[in-house]
Design a protein around this ligand. Structure first.
Ligand SMILES: Cc1cc2nc3c(=O)[nH]c(=O)nc-3n(C[C@H](O)[C@H](O)[C@H](O)COP(=O)(O)O)c2cc1C
Length: 646
């Protein structure tokens, strides 16, 4: 771990001093409180980010005109005076955590569902009927001026409520971006056509916001440096956009992509298949052409790489969304010389997937997300206990960390020679984030005052020696073999146990199209094997959160060596093939030199029962309870320890 002089350097932006170069990117909320205002939970979510040491916390997506601009129901209106006390509480909370506060001001334009704007038609630069049959109306000149005024009024309200800066959202496919993009702006008047004309509305908005907030109040603008989709603009236009804004705003925040296209939206939130700092080249290019300070965003989380990026490109700041959900204290850990204690983001998309599916944000590696109140008001540990944690995977490691934080005496027993579990993460580049999380967390646990016993199985003698008040069974799960007739000459390997050096033949059939099967299929196809994924259901990876699933399905679609065969039930495995039947009972044969079994995992229930028989207070955590994903395991481990202290 290196030095972080660049990341820790302050930056003056108009009248505001940013204490370092790490900013919390705008992230919207899972759900608002009563009256559609910020709830105490929402406020704690942002306060936690501020407390972690970032210079600036951006509050996501506030709408300048609720009547026409709301694209989803978790957006507060900055034209609604009843929001004021909640906004004031929010800025207070961010300031009390030591960060400056910014709010993103936005209008959803053509992407507003009529359900969120009182049943009216959405408005945008050009009229059309969308894929759900809803009409979008072309904005009149009067509407264009009216909405620009509303951006100004919203910025003024934000300033009056204590925000230190506003971010105008001109990227990601929302209204201002709809004017900039040739994909969505088909106007032939002075608001469409050339890039000068397409920038006219965003520049009018900047003018109105500046007039409303004054010279010394900083304005940040978020743009997509490239749309990264078919027909969309690229970085050359991104540079033109930035040049048009140069000197008129105080920060240019360069993101990427558009909500108009699903895979472009994935690239906007780069996932496990994309690179660290995936979109950083866009900000680096724009920096060469403008004087205004430039921010980059997208898949940053590794401090050494972040520091090197700022050093090499001259880009001014790095904004992080998910890395600060995974570990809000990332900046403080750098300041304190404890970079090795950072919990790295997996870029698994659990935060967004939960937000969309259950209106509840969760994080695979941070058990406090969605329960930030508990961070500030911890459930007290009434009694310190001696706890025996059995199993050193994600559930066991998180339990050990939480137990140490709460002052319990901990013995951690692991049957293999290392902590971490997650063996399936060893064989693919796109699992690098999981490996990093596993290895950093294991190293962190090793540094804690814990009695760690590797290569150890729990015996009567061990229990008699430790004399635990409680046992946590975090013993995991085993892969399950589909009970079909199988020729003894067939080469069958478990997907969850594939390693980089496992011998695999030319033709591969993966049995099971859940997340593990799909990911192993992608990896083997990338290595040059001809892969078929055989799945009984019609859908692939239904067990996977929405954002990562979109990414996985895209990789499958573009991978020439990979063929999904859905709707087929496996009936047998011969020496060189897999036999199956479709829904009509028609038989099919798929050539297979190697069969990868990815038919599911079964909890190690016999070991769970053996440990339960010791008769202590007893908890079953993670896959040992039911095979699921990392997030459930870490929450199980954390929660068991909290319960234990009651
Ligand atoms: C849960 C979540 C909510 C988000 N909400 C917003 C939002 O309201 N406005 C916005 O401009 N971007 C939003 N984003 C995008 C982030 O600001 C950021 O650009 C993106 O996540 C890439 O950065 P990261 O890789 O550091 O997460 C959101 C991202 C996440 C993960």
């Amino acid at each position: 771990m290196g030095n972080y002089d660049k990341l820790l350097q302050p930056l003056q932006v108009a009248g505001l001093r940013l204490k370092n170069r790490m900013l919390s990117a705008p992230t919207s909320l899972a759900e608002l409180g009563p009256g559609e205002h910020y709830s105490d939970d929402n406020i704690n979510y942002y306060k936690l980010k501020a407390s972690g040491g970032v210079a600036l916390v951006s509050v996501g997506d506030a709408i300048v005109d609720l009547e026409t601009g709301r694209s989803h129901p978790m957006q507060v209106g900055l034209d609604d005076p009843s929001a004021i006390p909640y906004l004031v509480k929010l800025t207070d909370a961010i300031h009390s955590g030591g960060a400056a506060a910014e709010i993103e001001i936005d209008h959803g334009g053509a992407l507003c569902d009529p359900a969120f704007i009182g049943g009216k038609c959405a408005i945008g630069p050009s009229g059309y009927v969308d894929e759900w049959g809803d009409e979008v109306k072309e904005m009149t000149e009067e509407q264009i001026y009216d909405i620009a005024e509303k951006f100004g009024a919203a910025a003024k309200m934000a300033k009056d409520c204590g925000f230190d800066m506003v971010m105008i959202h001109a990227g990601h496919g929302w209204l201002l971006h709809q004017f900039i993009s040739p994909v969505t702006n088909h106007r032939t008047d002075r608001w469409g056509g050339s890039i000068e004309n397409r920038m006219r509305f965003p520049l009018l908005v900047v003018e109105k916001v500046r007039a409303a907030v004054g010279r010394n109040f900083p304005i940040d603008i978020r743009i997509s440096g490239s749309e990264r989709m078919e027909g969309g603009y690229g970085i050359e236009t991104g540079v033109e956009i930035a040049k048009a804004l140069d000197g008129k705003v105080d920060l240019i925040h360069v993101s990427a992509g558009s909500q108009q296209d699903m895979y472009s939206a994935v690239l906007m939130h780069p996932g496990a298949f994309q690179a660290h700092g995936e979109n950083s080249g866009l900000a680096a290019e724009i920096k060469k052409h403008v004087k205004t300070p430039v921010i980059t965003v997208g898949a940053f989380s590794e401090p050494d790489k972040m520091e090197a990026f700022l050093e090499e490109t001259g880009v001014d700041c790095i904004a992080m969304g998910r890395a600060l959900i995974a570990d809000p204290f990332l900046p403080r850990k750098l300041m304190r010389g404890r970079a090795e204690d950072i919990t790295p983001c997996l870029r698994c998309g659990e935060c967004q997937s939960g937000l969309m599916k259950n209106k509840c944000m969760r994080c695979a590696v941070n058990p406090y997300i969605g329960r930030e109140f508990e961070y500030f008001h911890p459930i007290p540990t009434r009694e310190k206990k001696t706890v025996l944690i059995v199993g050193g995977g994600p559930a066991g490691m998180q339990a050990a960390i939480t137990a140490c934080e709460r002052g319990h005496r901990v013995t951690l027993v692991e049957q293999s020679d290392r902590l971490g579990g997650l063996k399936y993460a060893d064989n693919a580049d796109f699992k690098a984030n999981i490996r990093r999380y596993r290895d950093m967390t294991a190293a962190k646990v090793m540094r804690l005052p814990i009695d760690i016993r590797l290569n150890t199985v729990v015996t009567d003698e061990l229990v008699a020696e430790v004399r635990p008040d409680a046992i946590l069974a975090c013993v995991g799960a085993d892969p399950w073999a589909l009970p079909v007739p199988t020729d003894s000459a067939a080469q069958v390997v478990f997907g969850a146990e594939l390693k980089a050096d496992t011998p695999v033949g030319e033709n591969v059939v993966v049995i099971g199209g859940g997340l593990i099967g799909c990911e192993e299929g992608i990896q083997l196809a990338r290595e040059g094997h001809k892969v078929t994924i055989l799945e009984m259901q019609e859908e692939l990876a239904p067990d996977c959160g929405r954002m990562h699933r979109l990414n996985v399905l895209h990789q499958i679609e573009v991978e020439p060596n990979l063929t999904p065969a859905t709707g087929f039930r496996c009936t047998g495995i011969t020496a060189d093939a897999v036999t199956a039947v479709d829904a009509e009972g028609k038989e099919a044969v798929f050539a297979a030199d190697t069969v990868v079994m990815a038919a599911g995992m079964r909890s190690r229930s016999a070991e769970v029962e053996r440990l339960a028989a010791y008769g202590t207070e007893f908890y079953v955590c993670g896959d040992a309870s039911r095979a699921r994903q990392i997030g459930q395991a870490t929450r199980d481990g954390h929660d068991a320890i909290v319960n234990l202290g009651l």
